[in-house]
Design a protein around this ligand. Sequence first.
Ligand code: HAM
Length: 415
Amino acid sequence: MIQAPKGTFDVLPDDAERRSHLEAQARKVLGAAGYGRIETPSYEATELFARGVGEATDIVQKEMFTFDDGGGRSLTLRPEGTAPVCRAYVEHGMHKLPQPVKLWYMSSFFRAEAPQRGRYRQFWQVGAEALGAEGPETDAELIVLLAELLEAMAVKGLRLRIASLGQPETRANYRRELTAHLRSNEHRLSPDVRARLDINPMRAFDATDSSTREVMREAPKLLDRLAPEDAEHFSAVRELLDGAGLRYELDPTLVRGLDYYTRTLFEFSSEALGAQSGVGGGGRYDRLVEQLGGQRTPGCGWAAGVERILIAGAQQPVAPDPVDLFVALARRDSASATVAFELAREARRAGLAAQLDLAGRSLKGQLKQADRLGARYVAIVQEDGDASLKDMASGEQSELGLAAVIPTILRGSRL
Ligand code: HAM
């Protein structure tokens, strides 16, 4: 038997209902704040992600599904949505629109990661991006909107961490300072941290052994090295979050796997998720549009994993779609089948949810199926082409004639 590829999954009807619910909530929360929907293609020029996400990131180094378009051009299934949205902003001259341009999406993304619970190779994100505004209100508003969406989805055990990265130059200086600190304490570091010292000194903050942790407690913190205007921006974001009553932790060691961030950085995680605890995160990316060939345009946004929201959110039972009318056949002949077919079609055109028996069941089987579906009425097409109507709640049946079936249901009158 052929199975779905590793790390992918099918969305079956019950699950599709939960996703539709999430999509409706996102539309409500983000639409109310002026965000318009955008969808970009499933694949882009590989260069977009190499330049946008960053050559040195795990995503670009190891996780992209890249292929040749047959004409020698390299394409990649999108691993994330921010670079594509910025590409679209530049391509459609959106800088000419009133700023900021506020966009949201709910789309599938692709990363060649080792699959586990909450981590897939094709997954969905709901995301929001605001381009063309640099004030701290944009950052704070985006964080509040994500908090509202997660709350609307009843995501349990939430924790919000925030930090600021400042500018790339600040970061480069800081990295040198941190590496020097690690070097001068090399003998106290775990072999693991020592081996990665030059590749990723920030990782040392995640170490669990006591000796390395002690070295890290004495280590310089990026938050203490921010340029004055970046520090001011960050404290304004925090004040707005405080004013909104949103609880957060300052985490100077917060790192995210994308290179485009400047200034504000944030991440929501959930205890309900286990190892892959990141529900959604984002930050400011004031240089990305320019890096992709546009004018200098500040940007800020986030993305949250749809599957992770659904795993960590309340598992409300999904109510099946209501069925107003089930059309049954007293006898299976082609004349009755045509009448039944037409009746179901007319009912749907009149705005009713109507189903037809498509499985060749006996009349008894059809009534049982109508009951299973929770149908309000069953029309039974008789041998003479006329119809009777059965009210499934009261059990009453009336020989009211074919023409009266739809008007009776529309009136909602009991038989
Ligand atoms: P990200 O943190 O890489 O950020 O992904 C955002 C969310 O997508 C994660 O928190 C997680 O819930 C979900 N996610 C990521 N990878 C997987 C996976 N393999 N399987 C299931 N879920 C996954 C971004 O993608 C940035 N574009 C966010 C952003 C928008 N920053 C600014 N604007």
